[in-house]
Design a binder for this molecule. Structure first.
Ligand SMILES: Nc1ncnc2c1ncn2[C@@H]1O[C@H](COP(=O)(O)OP(=O)(O)OP(=O)(O)O)[C@@H](O)[C@H]1O
Length: 258
């Protein structure tokens, strides 16, 4: 469903800081894939998400989403189909507005509802029900500003908001990295629940190898703008941390000498 063909991207072209991150890069992501993306610093993980989301334009190549060529679409156009959550819990929601208002805006994304929608009581009931599933007490804070929530509550809410408009693709950019370990586990469980329930095609960049092994049906390791390891299905299910690290060493040695 998501296809990147012959993507090339060089930052600061023609300057002494020229940096070729992708050179004829190709990848296919199937519908319903939950892909965990790992790799060393500077491997190109965030740039990959930036290219998919439209934040970073490509120099050449083609991006298609459900067979539709989106290469030339700007970020604001793609955001109707592609939702993204960042590491910083303050992004993804409007802190000065209440949970209810944030959810209403997300629900209206791409639709032409008026403000009267905000007053619909049945929507309030619906939002409460959605929040109750998290078991974080967010349903009792429906009319509190987002700024009063903890980082974990905000990230959970950002997730809910990201999927309210039924995106075709969800991008998670180290979305648990700024949380304490316990909250990070809670948010990952919530993520997994939402992704499975909605059968959402998801790309998750993480530095947490345990999460990358435990969650998703596919794991990709980036290295210097290339896919070094790509495992799915049974191979992914059987993967251990030790096996992944030894695979990385083997592949890295091989790419170094080739
Ligand atoms: N906007 C930009 N302008 C110039 N160079 C950039 C830009 N964005 C990324 N880069 C460079 O591209 C390379 C890949 O960066 P990227 O952020 O994609 O790596 P990453 O795998 O996400 O790393 P990390 O794990 O450290 O977040 C790096 O060398 C980085 O400095």
């Amino acid at each position: 469903m998501l296809q990147l063909e012959n993507i090339s991207k060089t930052f600061n072209k023609g300057s002494i800081n020229e940096n070729k991150v992708f050179d004829n890069f190709n990848i296919n992501i199937d519908n319903g894939d939950f892909v965990c993306i790992v790799g060393s610093n500077g491997a190109g993980k965030s740039t990959f998400l930036n290219i998919v989301s439209g934040k970073v334009p490509v120099d050449s190549g083609r991006i298609t989403l459900d067979k539709l060529d989106i290469t030339e679409e700007k970020e604001f156009e793609r955001c109707k189909k592609i939702s993204r959550i960042f590491q910083d819990p303050s992004l993804g929601t409007i802190p000065s507005m209440t949970i209810y208002e944030n959810m209403s805006i997300a629900k209206n994304k791409g639709n032409s509802f008026g403000l009267s929608f905000l007053k619909e009581k049945r929507k309030e009931k619906h939002f409460r029900e959605l929040l109750e599933v998290f078991d974080l007490g967010l349903e009792d804070k429906l009319h509190n500003p987002i700024s009063q929530l903890s980082g974990g509550q905000r990230q959970s809410l950002a997730l809910l908001i990201a999927v309210l408009g039924n995106p075709e693709l969800l991008l998670l950019d180290e979305h648990t990295a700024a949380l304490d370990p316990k909250t990070s586990e809670i948010v990952m469980d919530i993520t997994d629940k939402i992704v499975k329930e909605k059968n959402l095609s998801t790309l998750m960049v993480t530095h947490n190898i345990d999460h990358a092994i435990r969650y998703g049906n596919r794991i990709i390791m980036f290295h210097r703008g290339e896919v070094l390891i790509d495992l799915s299905g049974e191979e992914k299910e059987k993967l251990t941390k030790e096996k992944l690290l030894s695979l990385f060493k083997d592949m890295n040695d091989r790419s170094f000498f080739s």
